[in-house]
Design a protein around this ligand. Structure first.
Ligand code: SF4
Ligand code: SF4
Ligand code: SF4
Length: 263
């Protein structure tokens, strides 16, 4: 992981002649590697350490201090302006091409929305999944149309609007995310039904190189892994088409809880 991130850091630093990329991707790579090290050492909160290190860095430093809109609107904005910077690089690495390697690792280890939602009391969903995942397509299209409108209407000071969109968008995500978590008794309800980013994440993570697999020889079908999974993944099915397979956030709760070390 560290090597992958260092490679990205060095390539972007040299091609874009900007030292920031070396610092940025090295910091993220070191944070993730630290988390993996803590996980191997069986430290219970290893994932949460990475989530806070990366999530706070992106929200506070990149978002609030550097005024980069790293939300999906920021991605559309930089894409339309034809600039391969900030949000477009972030999306390419974390949410579009990265998931081919590390699936939805972003959702488990870096997202600043989930960083807060994971503090809520419903780590394991109390009810079966609802069939309202289509809402994500509405929020996805809405974010796209919002930026299209800004460009077509030739609205001035778009940079400033994008910063405010970042603040208001984040406040809305936290508000809706927390309300849904309590309403559905499920910390990750926002991720399952509303988050527009999953429109990119789900199809790409289908092909993920890194995934949790089950050793059928060891498994005693106790069902513990499915019970503790925050995303309702049928993790004992090794096929890529397993139920909710593209929802796996690689949190490793199933791995930690398997009594037979079958995962
Ligand atoms: S689904 Fe969306 S809100 Fe949830 S962790 Fe992933 S990117 Fe963050
Ligand atoms: S927890 Fe382990 S042993 Fe139990 S069903 Fe899951 S993989 Fe099999
Ligand atoms: S508990 Fe296992 S299957 Fe469920 S999201 Fe976490 S890593 Fe994926």
């Amino acid at each position: 992981m560290l090597l992958v991130f260092e490679l990205v850091a060095i390539i972007l630093w040299l091609t874009k002649d900007n030292l920031f990329y070396l610092f940025n991707f090295s910091y993220i790579g070191i944070s993730i590697s630290l988390g993996l090290f803590l996980f191997i050492k069986k430290y219970r909160n290893a994932r949460r350490v990475v989530q806070l290190l990366v999530g706070l860095y992106m929200l506070v430093y990149l978002g609030l201090i550097c005024n980069e809109n790293m939300q999906i609107e920021g991605f559309w904005y930089y894409l339309f302006t034809g600039v391969f910077e900030a949000a477009t690089i972030h999306y390419a690495v974390a949410k579009i091409f990265g998931p081919l390697l590390f699936g939805r690792g972003w959702c488990g280890y870096a997202c600043w929305t989930a960083m807060v939602l994971d503090f809520l009391p419903y780590k394991i969903p109390k009810h079966p999944r609802k069939k309202i995942g289509w809402i994500r397509y509405i929020t996805f299209i809405a974010s796209f149309l919002f930026v299209v409108f800004l460009f077509l209407a030739r609205v001035g000071h778009i940079e400033k609007i994008m910063f405010w969109a970042f603040l208001i968008g984040n406040a809305a995500y936290y508000g809706v995310g927390i309300a849904l978590a309590f309403a559905f008794q499920d910390n990750r309800a926002f991720c399952k039904y509303i988050c527009p980013v999953t429109v990119f994440l789900k199809p790409m993570s289908y092909f993920s190189l890194i995934r949790v697999k089950c050793d059928k020889e060891k498994c005693i079908s106790c069902g513990r892994c499915k019970k503790v999974c925050p995303m309702d993944v049928d993790v004992t099915d090794n096929s890529r088409k397993r139920k909710n397979g593209t929802e796996c956030i690689l949190c490793m709760e199933c791995v930690r809880n398997c009594p037979r070390n079958a995962l």
